[in-house]
Design a protein around this ligand. Structure first.
Ligand SMILES: Cc1ncc(COP(=O)(O)O)c(C=O)c1O
Length: 557
């Protein structure tokens, strides 16, 4: 076999040698159609695996060799991140594992392109191919979600929310005032008139779920620009049940009479009735905006249907593309036709040039989400979350709201005498990666917190099911039951319990690590990629700790 461009010692060459039987054998890939549901779909363990998996792995190695030629430190960090994710089980509710096709669509010359404007209406020449990409991504988003219009340029969920806010403000506030003046060109409006428009623009009310109830920073939190842009108000979950009481929400809607009623969350484990939300918005003439950043995959996968699908009811819907939707990092806005003209002005209102490579990767992910197996995936995400919540409760942990109806579970560790920060760190020591989270009315604030947020999207992508959820719950109980806050030894707070430091019983930790290792060995992350091959790359720079990869069950890596 001829030598690969990266040279005889490159990853690609060693991989090709392995395929040809000249050296090491490669580990195999999974079903090439989406390459991720290992457990369900079965692995291809013959030399090299499925052709699509072989091609993806070869592309990956070639890309790493190319990066390593100039920036070995960066290539090494990428490999070490894979090692980290193979070694620690991802239970972060907002993360997932995108397909290698998504990742490869993201890494190419499209990153060079400027394409301000929108398809067919650009401020740059030579955007024909970006037009194709953006149009395809938008059409796929409309098809997947049944939306009237889609805008795929936002770089992130935060950007998507800003685009949505400004489109509503432009359509509902700026436009009527500009029309009164009879001057359509904003640049020509006199300074005094412009000040009047600005005052009206920034004097509008936003009503959204508060941060401690599970709302997001971009929904009017004091430290976010949304609270400078709007006179921001909030509604909260019920103190006793942790649930949204729709009658209480309605009372707030009538009290505040917002321009925008915003529904959506990052840490609320229940479904929301968007038909009722729309009724409330209509009662006060508000625009209904839904931020489905967390649960877009459950909408796409038709688990959230009827009143729980926001798209038919909301004037505008925003989302990220990288959480349950399993695409690249990015944002997306869907809207009714009446707002389309304004949403498409995301550039220049919020954005500069779009990211054509990100839009290409979004298109690949949206097409993947249109396949029937994505619906099965989405259902399993929710089934797994329900199983996990029930198992945690059976282990004696308090699950906020008593369970879940979506992909996330909130656990109260305050009851165990721990802060979220201590629990998060102890679990990470035992190879479970998740994040601490404020609980409703949390006495420990947003930094230390009293809770943990767990999500099943990533573990479900790995092919895990009910038995693994029960094992995760048991491991969590083992770790948390053997973690205690440290007592502060000296200083003004001597004798008090530390909010950050803790002790963890070494034997329990050891057992927990072994059990997580067993789970990961049976459900490896990106098994198309041979981690052993990568860790042996001559350009791999020493890192303080490259975690040992768990042997992939039945394969090497
Ligand atoms: C509900 C919600 N909206 C918006 C965002 C922001 O997304 P991004 O991090 O892509 O800006 C998040 C991210 O956590 C989120 O949970």
């Amino acid at each position: 076999m001829s030598e690969s461009p990266a040279g005889a010692h490159g990853l690609l060459q060693r991989y090709l040698d392995g395929l040809a039987g000249n050296g090491r054998e490669t580990t195999s890939g999974r079903d090439g159609h989406d390459g991720r549901e290992l457990g369900e779909r079965g692995e291809h363990r013959e030399r090299g695996g499925h052709p699509a998996a072989v091609a993806a792995a070869a592309a990956y190695y070639a890309a790493l060799d190319t990066v390593a030629a100039g920036s070995p430190g960066i290539a090494s960090a990428i490999v070490r991140e894979l090692a980290d994710q193979r070694h620690n089980l991802k239970l972060i509710a907002s993360e997932n594992f995108s397909s290698l096709a998504v990742q490869l669509a993201h890494g190419n010359l499209l990153t060079d392109k400027y394409a301000e404007g929108y398809p067919g209406h650009r401020f740059y020449a030579g955007c024909d191919n970006v037009d194709v990409i953006e149009s395809e991504a938008a059409a796929l988003a409309c098809e997947l979600f049944g939306a009237e219009h889609a805008y795929v340029q936002p770089h992130s969920g935060a950007d998507a929310n800003l685009v949505a806010f400004l489109s509503v403000l432009s359509a509902r506030v700026e436009r009527p005032l500009v029309d009164e003046l009879g001057e359509k060109n904003l640049v020509k409006i006199a300074a005094a008139d412009w000040q009047r428009i600005r005052a009206a623009y920034t004097g509008q009310r936003l009503l959204a779920m508060d941060y401690y109830s599970g709302g997001h920073l971009t929904h009017g939190y004091r430290y976010n620009v949304s609270s400078l842009l709007f006179d921001a108000h909030s509604y909260s979950v019920d103190r006793g049940s942790g649930l949204l009481d729709m009658d209480q929400v309605r009372a707030r809607v009538h009290e505040v009479r917002p321009l925008i009623l915003l529904a959506g969350y990052s840490a609320y484990p229940r479904k929301i009735d968007f038909a009722r939300m729309r009724e409330m918005a209509d009662e006060v003439g508000a625009v209904l905006m839904v931020d489905m950043a967390h649960f877009a995959g459950l909408v796409a996968g038709k688990v959230f249907r009827g009143n729980y699908d926001p798209v038919p009811f909301a004037h505008v819907v925003t989302t990220t593309t990288h959480k349950t939707l399993r695409g690249p990092r990015g944002g997306l806005v869907l809207c009714k036709q009446e707002l389309a003209e304004w949403v498409d002005k995301g550039c220049p209102t919020v954005l500069g040039g779009p990211l054509p490579h990100a839009m290409a990767a979004k298109a690949v992910a949206l097409r993947e989400a249109l396949r029937p197996d994505f619906q099965r995936y989405a259902q399993r995400v929710v089934d797994n979350a329900r199983e996990l919540a029930a198992a945690l409760a059976a282990e004696g942990l308090r699950v906020v709201t008593g369970g879940t109806e979506n992909h996330l579970v909130l656990v109260d560790v305050g009851r165990l005498g721990l802060t979220g920060r201590q629990a998060e760190s102890a679990l990470r020591e035992c190879r479970l990666t998740l994040n601490r989270n404020s609980l409703p009315y949390d006495p420990n604030g947003p930094w230390y917190t009293s809770g943990l947020r767990l999500g099943t999207p990533a573990a479900t992508t790995l092919g895990m099911g009910a038995a693994e959820m029960r094992e995760i719950a048991a491991i969590m109980r083992l770790v948390l039951g053997h973690t205690a806050p440290e007592v502060i030894a000296a200083g003004a707070k001597a004798g008090e319990r530390s909010l950050a430091r803790y002790t963890l019983d070494p034997a329990a930790a050891e057992q927990a690590r072994a059990r997580v290792g067993d789970l990961l060995g049976r459900h490896p992350v990106y098994p198309e990629l041979d981690l052993g091959l990568m860790l042996a790359a001559p350009w791999l720079q020493a890192a303080p700790s490259v975690p040992e990869a768990e042997p992939v069950a039945g394969a090497r890596g």
